[in-house]
Design a protein around this ligand. Structure first.
Ligand code: DOR
Ligand code: ZN
Length: 432
């Protein structure tokens, strides 16, 4: 565990998302003072930098236990800190699956030991992600990890009766079921988005309807039982329309979109490079535009990375055999700046809402996602919005290298990240 007797820091002349330029004194883990001409700590020159609440990721695959060759809680925490995150929610599709209090407590403890971001475990909905019977949801909620989000991500809870029961069960402790929306009967053997490109390449298609049908069904179920539903990695224009309808009806549904679905399209599959294979698959330019608009108008609540590290063995092979998934933690902010800020669809206050405030609220994470007011926990990130950098897979902290952005220039860079007043990243450099 990192020492938490942090020195004090004066962040000098940073711009808050709302536009105000101020100094921030970080001491004893909180924002101790705000104003101009502050002293009392090591000075960090933040002229020209944005000071934002630390980012929060609702959807991170940390791979531990079981695939420590692809990522560990510690290496994933490093990637997260470098990406500007102060909290991540760790997906349950580990080996063993996080479907008991014992496993979620193990992940929680590993996160505490790494000490670089708050690692909040997600619990599986069904035993072994098999979709047959409910896991010990109550025991995971009562455990030291205090699990509130449950997901079989990687798999869809496709049985509607089981999904209904899960939604009813989590209501007792204000939990939420995060659904990987994919009707498996419609995606058997699928390799990429079903459309013109799949027809041209001769690869089996994953139709938009396989996602949209499950979102519509689950929204109706959530409305019927009055529970909270969260939809993982929304990827189609039709899904945005269904979410808009469900929210209009007052159904308690939230949704996330990944950075890659905001930037990349299925045309990339024509390279047959499995680095572009992901689930749900990259879609069309029209879908990308609808997702951007849905995120801008709040129909989609937040950005979540779906950071999915895979080893070379699992990824550098023939397209059909490659595992789906891409790295995301270290590039998310830059990709969102490119897709949403440079296009004028979101300002930085909007980015704060979609990458920090909204995900913290959905996950129920106290101490994250709030304003940087005096007395608040000093979880924050300093961003240089005008410092382009080029993605280089071996320059990333993840144990895996499956980034789809190799060689791409991103417009914004993380300069520093503070977790409860202690820098995990300073002047762009790791502090471990
Ligand atoms: O592309 C994906 N990879 N989608 C998922 O739902 C699971 C994830 C993984 O675990 O690799
Ligand atoms: Zn998923």
């Amino acid at each position: 565990m990192r020492a938490d007797t942090a020195a004090a820091y004066v962040i000098r002349g940073a711009r808050l998302a709302g536009g105000e330029v101020t100094d921030l004194l970080l001491r004893d883990g909180i924002v101790a003072e705000r104003g101009t001409g502050l002293s009392g700590g090591e000075v960090v020159d933040a002229a020209g930098l944005l000071a934002l609440p630390g980012l929060v990721d609702l959807h991170t695959h940390l791979r531990q236990p079981g695939r420590e060759d692809a990522e560990t809680v510690e290496s994933g925490s490093r990637a997260a800190a470098l990406g500007g995150y102060t909290a991540v929610c760790a997906m349950a599709n580990t080996d063993p699956v996080a479907d008991t209090a014992g496993v979620v407590e193990q992940v929680y403890r590993l996160g505490r030991e790494a000490g670089l971001v708050d690692v909040q475990p997600i619990g599986a909905v069904t035993v072994g992600l098999a979709g047959e019977r409910l896991a010990e949801l109550g025991a995971m909620a009562d455990s030291a990890a205090r699990v509130r989000i449950f997901s079989d991500d990687g798999h869809c809870v496709s049985d509607p009766a089981l999904m209904r029961r899960a939604l009813e069960y989590v209501k007792a402790f204000d939990g939420v079921v995060a659904q990987h929306a994919e009707e498996p009967r419609l995606t058997a053997g699928a390799q990429m988005n079903e459309g013109e490109v799949s027809a041209r390449l001769g690869l089996a298609g994953w139709p938009a309807a396989a996602e949209e049908a499950v979102i519509a069904r689950d929204a109706l179920l959530a409305g019927h039982v009055g529970s909270r539903l969260h939809v993982c990695h929304v990827s189609t224009a039709g899904s945005v329309e269904i979410l808009r309808w469900a929210k209009g009806k007052g159904i308690r549904v939230t949704a996330e979109v990944t950075p890659h679905h905001l930037l990349l399209t299925d045309e990339l599959a024509s390279s047959y490079d499995p680095v572009f294979k992901v689930n749900p698959p990259l879609r069309t330019a029209e879908d990308v535009q609808a997702l951007r608009e849905g995120l801008a108008d709040g129909t989609i609540d937040c950005v979540a990375t779906d950071h999915a590290p895979h080893t070379a063995e699992d990824k550098e092979c023939e397209w059909a055999y490659a595992r789906p998934g891409m790295l995301g933690l270290e590039t998310a902010l830059g990709v969102v700046a490119k897709a949403m800020v440079e296009t004028g669809l979101l300002d930085w206050a909007g980015v704060v809402d979609r990458m920090s405030t909204a995900p913290a609220r959905i996950a129920g994470l106290d101490g994250h996602g709030g304003d940087l007011r005096v007395g608040a926990p000093a979880n924050l990130v300093l961003v240089d919005p005008r410092s382009p950098w080029t993605v280089e897979p071996h320059g990333l902290a993840s144990l895996s290298v499956n980034t789809p952005y190799t060689g791409l220039e991103l417009p914004a860079r993380v300069v520093a990240t503070f977790l409860r007043g202690t820098p995990t990243v300073l002047e762009g450099k790791a502090q471990w």
